[in-house]
Design a binder for this molecule. Structure first.
Ligand SMILES: [Zn+2]
Length: 344
């Protein structure tokens, strides 16, 4: 069985937004209950984690922004953005999220574990270089990617972002770099407004921001088709050394914020797909980070399906039924736009 670490932390549960906010501890409580009752937690391998350091966070965030978030520490409530706030422990929770992912990738590189899933709150992919946004304080996936490049000597990191929202923060942080290939499939137009086919990267990074803006109501077959026809050929040309997955689950068919139709089985198939890419191109080096996903009653079932896939308890089919896809136009437009940089 694969050696999987599920990285949790009491701080992830302690981070609080105002009452009624969709990004609430119940998201995680439900996940942890299901992982316990299904006995999946017993099949995982614990690793030691630590908070990310200031040096690590400022690989991607500005020092004044880091200090601003640090300043919220110990204060009952700090509003950072229209929908983003911090409580007494949010700064520490955000450090634990980035640190948890850094420790995960270190343990994967040293072969102590095969893979990890970091169940972080607050999430990260909307956090920009110098500001909080969209429930996110520090951009964990960007911090981990920068750590892999700066501290581990890697030269090509692939970030796969299947959250229903575009990861504006991650895109912007690596916009002019060819050392990080950022792939995002997201509902568009939608929050946060970025992620169009006009945003392709800049300078050395041109072509390395791979956006697939999608209409709403796409389902499992569509996602698999986009992964097969857009992501796979690019990954075969890019040959990443590590894959980081911004695993949001708000493209779920009954998510209160998203408008997609992906099922828990669909997320399992996407998980199998990205693990196959990692196995083929980078010795299986892959780590997962929880981003969005707001159906508090069903988050556990979705994650159970994904964890069973990671552990090879289930082996899902990664093919897709062409006749049941409606994303033909999206795929064609995306391939046409990026054909200057990649062959499809
Ligand atoms: Zn989201």
């Amino acid at each position: 069985m694969k050696k999987l670490s599920i990285v949790g932390n009491d701080l992830f549960l302690a981070h609080q937004n105002p009452p009624g906010h969709p990004e609430c501890p119940e998201r995680l409580i439900n996940i942890l209950e299901v992982l316990k009752s299904s006995k999946l937690l017993e099949k995982t391998v614990p690793i030691d984690t630590r908070p990310a350091t200031e040096e690590e966070i400022t690989l991607v965030h500005s020092k004044p922004y880091f200090d601003m978030v640090r300043n919220t520490s110990g204060k009952e409530f700090s509003q950072l953005d229209t929908d983003t706030s911090a409580c007494e422990v949010s700064f520490d929770a955000a450090l634990a999220g980035s640190g948890g992912l850094i420790c995960s990738v270190n343990n994967i590189l040293s072969k102590k574990i095969d893979t990890a899933f970091v169940l972080a709150r607050p999430p990260g992919h909307h956090a920009e270089h110098d500001r909080a946004m969209g429930f996110c304080l520090f951009n964990h996936i960007a911090v981990a990617a920068a750590h892999l490049l700066t501290n581990c000597g890697l030269k090509r990191v692939l970030i796969i972002d299947w959250d229903v929202h575009h990861g504006n923060g991650t895109q912007h942080i690596f916009y002019d770099s060819d050392k990080v290939l950022y792939f995002s499939v997201h509902q568009f137009p939608f929050y946060p407004g970025t992620g169009s086919l006009k945003e392709l990267g800049y300078k050395d990074g041109l072509g390395y921001t791979l956006n697939v803006p999608c209409p709403s109501m796409l389902g499992d077959e569509d996602y698999l088709r986009i992964f097969t026809e857009i992501l796979r050929p690019v990954v075969e040309q890019y040959v990443p050394e590590f894959i980081l997955v911004s695993a949001g689950f708000d493209a779920y068919q009954v998510d209160p914020l998203g408008g997609m139709l992906v099922t828990s089985q669909g997320f399992a198939r996407l998980t199998r797909f990205v693990m196959q890419l990692a196995k083929k191109h980078c010795q299986g080096n892959i780590a997962f980070l929880l981003e969005g996903g707001y159906n508090t009653a069903e988050m556990g079932l979705i994650i159970q399906s994904v964890i069973e896939e990671i552990l090879d308890i289930k082996v899902s089919d990664t093919g897709f039924d062409f006749k049941r896809t409606t994303c033909k136009h999206t795929v064609a437009e995306t391939a046409k736009t990026y054909s200057k940089y990649w062959s499809f």
